[in-house]
Design a binder for this molecule. Sequence first.
Ligand code: T1G
Ligand code: NAD
Length: 645
Amino acid sequence: MSVVTIARQGEIAIVTVDNPPVNALSQALRQGLWDAVGTLDADPQVRAVVLICAGRTFIAGADVTEFGKPPQEPHLPDLVDRIEGAAKPWVAAIHGSALGGGFEVAMGCRFRVGLDSASVGLPEVSLGIVPGASGTVRTPRLAGVETAVDLVTSGKPVKATKALTMGLIDAVFAGDLQANAVAFARDALTRDLPPPASARPITPPDAGFWDDHRKAVAKAAKGAEAPLRALDCLRKAAEAPFAEAMAFERQTFLDLRGSDQAAALRHVFFAERAAPRPAHLKDVDPLPLRSAGVIGGGTMGAGIAAALRDAGIPVTLIERDDQALERGISNLRAIFDGAAKRGKLTEAQAADRMAGVSATTDYAALSDADLVIEAVFEDIAVKCAVFAQLATACRADAMLATNTSYLNPRLIADDLPNPHRFIGLHFFSPANVMRLLEIVPVPETSDRTLATGFALARMLGKIPVQSGICEGFIGNRILKRYRASAEALVRQGIAIAEIDAAMRAYGFAMGPFEAQDLGGLDIAFLQREGARAAGQDVPETLGDILVRAGRKGQKTGGGWYDYAFGDRRPQPSSAVADLLAGAITGATSMEGDAIARHLVGEMAAEGQAILDEGIAARASDIDLVEIHGYGFPRWRGGPMWAVNR
Ligand code: T1G
Ligand code: NAD
């Protein structure tokens, strides 16, 4: 079947694109649209054209799988020009997402209309490139330079209703897109046509505007090249004639397409789409998740409850006593109030989030929950006691999950009736923000329970990665190696601040030591002490020396660094130098680059061991864990990609 078909409703032609799964602009689709312009221009009956898509979305962009291959005609910029120059006005009718090249095709149309549920955007920078078919040139002509800068340099899509206020869309409808778009086209024919996007005037901002935005974009990009190159294109669009700006955009697009950053970001793009769909679960239906319980309202429990509420799932929060329950409720309220203050939620939405939470100390309230996630203290006896209560309070088919970081989930499963419905779901702090979810089945976990874990991740907008059982699972095991390797460099005489600076320069928001100061050194210390008490041979770490001296991080005024009161900026500490003097044996010096390469190599080496042991299914899953759980720079592709490419 052809990917482009044409139907007629009187004087309006309807061009339907049908290229599953997301109507990506393959060569066949570009050719089909190219030919449709010719056919309809030649048809005297037709006075206007509605461009609409079948399936789940409008055209979602260029076909990312074609990026490695030589470009084939017709090229997308030429197609967009051809649609704009058609003898009859085209109306893009958008549902789902009009992204990248898809939105550029829509901007070539004389009008854009959409469902209120639709969104539009130019996500190219998230693939390490810039829009390649006039996105940086037509967008500022439709929406103004400032809006275009935000849209293009962030890569974030906007909802149709917002796009309407920005001038990117001309009308938004609640239902029956095709009928509404046809009516819109008929109505448009009764009026003078607006100029096409390329002919609209542009008001260039002054040089100060560009300087300010350059600083802001560089800061947000954290080493990614594409957002800054996109800004260059936008400036050219504002200051040069249309054709010159188009040529500049095209050249920038072609330059970046073959770059290391773009290759890494494409790797992450496909890794993210592969992770949620384990092949062996393809035909397994997940359990319905209509309601959930969360045990423990501390840091993680409150965050997990917030994530569930954000997905519209009613939550029952259980704590050990009334006082702890009060704390749990206020933890949760603080999350929603904070989101409202930052404008992420309206007051009404925040209130609705809280209204969907019932809090109690009585496990009987979980009698009908489909899923219960435990997030109590990291203590196996406490956790087993909680699961014993869940076993009697919950339905026999309710899914039960632990959020343990380091304990062996099998110890919990052993005591459980129906352990096939049990699983580890390891969230990352803050649980309502961080996108990673490690899914840790025990041997008894059924495929249905596992599939439900993946379905939950999708509902919560998270990236799921399945992990086998080992201490720390995938992420914390690599973190442990990373920290130990960083400490080893300190022992060799490299300054703590130099190591942090090297990792920041590599693209992390923080280095390993400042990150520990923020999170607190005591948690890992207590874990090591626990292992020592249990008779394991755990060598003394530098972190242990600091904690024993009362330096637990920012919360105690100092850890690896000193902190002035109320100031989060780390200051190198002479007290630390004295405490560690006996442990520092070398006087090595190393360039920042070499430090970063060494530490990333250590992460990848641990990742390789994890792969060899079958704890992770594939290297790209390990990359996702580091990117979405630990702040590894996305544009580097993750440690496995960075080391092995
Ligand atoms: N190319 C090829 N395959 C794609 C694709 C694309 N652009 N987008 C998605 N897929 C595949 C994906 O791998 C998966 O495959 C299936 O479609 C469903 O995807 C010139 C240069 C549209 C919001 O970045 O954001 O245009 O695993 O699970 O949740 O300026 O897909 O089933 O085999 O994500 O319903 C810019 C990326 C390209 C859009 C739908 N466009 N896509 O979400 O489905 S650059 C993008 C999305 C560009 C021009 C430039 C989402 C979606 P499989 P999915 P979804
Ligand atoms: P926390 O101390 O902030 O919260 C634990 C909560 O559990 C407290 O509110 C406590 O009152 C409650 N609780 C204790 N015993 C209980 C019981 N018997 N019944 C009901 N509630 C009980 O701890 P946290 O940081 O939220 O960690 C919770 C779990 O999540 C741990 O297993 C931890 O390893 C894991 N985890 C923590 C992080 C993190 O970054 N903090 C990340 C991932 C996983």
